[in-house]
Ligand binder design. Sequence first.
Ligand code: NAD
Length: 358
Amino acid sequence: MTTTYRIAVFPGDGIGNEIVPQAIRVLQAISNKYNIKVELQEALVGGSAIDEFGIPLPEDSLRIALNSDAVLLGAVGGPKWEGLDYAIRPERALLGLREKLGLFANLRPARLFTALADASTLKRSVIDGIDIVVIRELTGGIYFGKPRGIEKVDGEERGVNTEVYTTHEIERIARLAFQVAGSRHGRVCSVDKANVLESSELWRRVVIGVHKEYEDVQLSHMYVDNCAMQLIRNPGQFDVILTNNLFGDILSDEAAMLTGSIGMLPSASIGGEVGMYEPIHGSAPDIAGQDKANPIATILSVGMMFKYSFGLDIAYDDIDSAVNRVLDKGYRTADIYSQGNKLAGTIEMTDIILNELA
Ligand code: NAD
C-alpha cells in the first residue's frame, strides 16, 4: 500500500503567500516524479490568523499541524501587527508550533551555490566550497527560561531573562548533531561561552559526555565570540556547528549571509514526530505582492522535508541540483541579480526550476 503523507501548509504573511504556492508546485512535481502521495491542508497562522480569529495560532491550525506528517511554513509578521501585545504577535505562532510539535532542533544549511559566489560580500577565496550546517537548540535557553519580564525596582525598570539548560535538553541536541555530522564530513564544533556562563559550562560537559557514543565524529569547542569571527575569517573549517538557542539565532544568520542572499536558505525544525520546514527569511513586507520574492529558500525547504521527514534523500538532491542548474544558466530573482544575468520573478523562477526537474 502506498503511504500518503499529510502536509500542513501555512503560507503566513507577506511574501509567504507568494513563495509557498510556488513551493507547492515543486512539491507536487517531485511527489509525482517519485510516486509519492501527498495530501495538503492549508490554514492560517501569524498576522493573517490574527486578522481572522484574533490570535496567531488558532486551535484549528494547530490541530492540522499535529495531525500532519510535516509542516511547510512561509513566514509570519509585518508592520501591521507590530504594535500588538507581545503575547499575541504573529511570531508567537512560530514559538507555539515549535513547542507543541516538540521541535527542539533547528537545522540550517549554509552552502555556497558556486554560481552565486560573487553575490557574497566576502572574497571568493574565503567562501569557496563552504558547506556548513548550523544546529540550533530551539525550545530551551534564554527564550523560554524563567524568571523573565520587566519589573519596577527602586523607581526604575529592570528587564530579566534567564538562560537555562538541563542535561536531557543538551544530550538530545548533541546526539542529533553527532548523527548529522556522521552522515556528512564527521566534524562537530560545539559553540558556547563556557568561560563566563555556568549554563555553557554544563553544555560543554554534557556534549563531551555524549561524544563518547560517537567517537568516529571529531568534536571541537569554540567560544561564541571566536566563532562569530572565524565564520568570517575561515568558514571552510566548519562542518556542523552545534549551539544553543540564542547563539544559534545569531550565528545561523551570520552563516547565511556568507552565501549571499537570505532568499536562498532553507531550514528544518525537527525533534518531534512532525517536522517543520521553512525559509530562514521573514515576510519581506517591502517586496510583498510584487512577484519579486526569491522562492528558492522555500523550494529547498520542500527538499529538506523529503529528506528529513520522508527519508527520501534522492528528492532533496534532485531539487537541489535543479536549482543549481537554473543558477548556472544565469537566471536570478532581483535579490541575487547582477549585471548580465537573466532577471526572473517569483513565478517565472519556479517555472524554470520545474522545467529542470522534469
Ligand atoms: P525579512 O527576512 O523579511 O527581510 C529582510 C530583507 O531581505 C528585506 O529587504 C527583504 O525584502 C529581503 N528578503 C527576505 N526574503 C526574501 C526573499 N525570499 N526574496 C527576496 N528578498 C528577500 O526580515 P525583516 O524585514 O527583518 O522582517 C519582516 C517581518 O518578517 C517582520 O515582521 C519580522 O518579525 C518577520 N520575520 C519572520 C520570520 C519568520 O516567519 N520565520 C523570520 C524573520 C522575520
